[in-house]
Design a binder for this molecule. Structure first.
Ligand code: SF4
Ligand code: SF4
Length: 140
């Protein structure tokens, strides 16, 4: 069964083809297999968002509810203006106090993996859903 990652990679491959059709070099950085490249860091550098206290990239349109794939290319790309400085969480601590594993407070990501592994088939996305920048979080 195709995963969300497959869908992202399929769409990215289409964009790679479009760039190549315009005479530029382009190659995909797969969403799941990143070859040591931090797509989150690149997303921030290119102005797509900032790193929130949750450690997730927070974007203006989708908050933290976003996944990344990447394209290496020699085509000239206009860099977007940065969304906000790195401290855009302000006084918000929603993700910290609501994380059931206590993983965010001390930046202990192993606690997150331990907790989510224990959930089996289910996913924990509390830090995404609760974020003031996500749709659910905005609804309060
Ligand atoms: S996914 Fe769940 S356990 Fe992991 S950091 Fe987010 S809220 Fe905490
Ligand atoms: S829930 Fe609040 S503190 Fe956590 S990442 Fe979102 S805005 Fe930042």
């Amino acid at each position: 069964m195709p995963s969300n990652w497959d869908g992202i990679d399929r769409k990215t491959k289409k964009i790679v083809r479009l760039i190549k059709d315009r005479g530029y070099d382009a190659d995909i950085i797969f969403a799941f297999k990143r070859d040591g490249i931090s797509l989150q860091r690149l997303a921030v550098e290119s102005g797509m968002g900032f790193i929130g206290k949750s450690g997730l990239v927070i974007t203006e349109s989708f908050g933290p509810a976003i996944r990344f794939s990447g394209i290496l290319t020699d085509a000239e790309i206009k860099i977007q203006k940065k969304l906000k400085p790195e401290n855009s969480c302000g006084d918000c601590v929603r993700c910290i106090v609501n994380c059931p594993a206590g993983a965010i407070e001390k930046k202990e990501s192993f606690k997150c993996s331990g907790y989510t592994e224990g959930l089996g088939q289910k996913d924990c996305s509390i830090c995404v859903d609760i974020c003031t920048y996500s749709d659910e979080g905005r609804r309060g």
